[in-house]
Design a binder for this molecule. Sequence first.
Ligand code: SF4
Length: 325
Amino acid sequence: MDLLSFSRPRGIDEALRILGRDRQAIPVAGSTDLVTLLRDGIRATSHLVDLNGLGLDEIHWLPGGGVRIGALVRNAVADTRLRRAYPVLAEALRSGASPQIRNRATFGGNVLQQTRCTYYRLPEFACNRRSPGSGCAAIQGDSSRHAIFGASNQCVAVHPSDLSVALQALEAVVLAQSTAGRRRIPVDAFFRLPGTTPHVASELRPGELITGIELPASDHAATSRYVKFRERTSYAFALVSAAVAIEVRDGVVRTARVALGGVAAKPWRSTAAEQALTGNRLTEETITAAGEAAADGARPLRHNKHKVELVKRVVRTALTDLEQA
Ligand code: SF4
């Protein structure tokens, strides 16, 4: 790694000016993903901009309800109020990594982490995401951990973040800022499917920073659950996961949010599963129907047909847990 300069700005405005001036500069915070990518030659820069110490590590409860979480709040956040109001968020974070990594990793970095596609992380393989136009080794190779929704003939990678799946179910908003101003981007619109430009993973523009994540107040957030299926019981990325939030009144599901992880290049919202739940009692039949609906439209690859069944099971497990709570 040939690192030539390291900037430590004293405020957000200074950081944005640096990033606006030098489009090759990369912002750095917890470094849990970026440093491995730089070390392995997957990403390169001559300029890192340290975001620590800029005041982005605070949690603000909003007067109208909801909460704003600074981009540099660590994934090991121990905020009881946050855990009670948004259990799915706490469960997703806890399932995501060891305590050591969670103590370093940040909310902003978690959302922006790169795919764990093996071929992306090994420069000797063709990868359109890493080197546009070079091909996709996964399509002809081992596709067992890859997408069953929203893939293209250019890239079949999945997004690895557990946190982002919870944020999708909570309809979070990403707060972004550059020298051109501030933007609020709903999580669903923030992540991009690969299409013909798999190297562009999100709507974040060059020179723009994530400054925070906003979670709206809702009647379903407090009744929420994250279920993750992985290849081993210690920390591993999800093969398939589900974040589910429901509001039940008088025994009937009034609102439902269902998001899936490990199945697409973005946290995948299943409106079909939500519709199967809404207006119905949370019975075994409804739960089974929601699981089936969540797998609607799946297009598995050669090696990942098992993910279709896993989708049904993680959704059923999450809903059954909520029904029995
Ligand atoms: Fe690269 Fe995407 Fe293909 Fe993986 S699936 S090798 S990330 S183009």
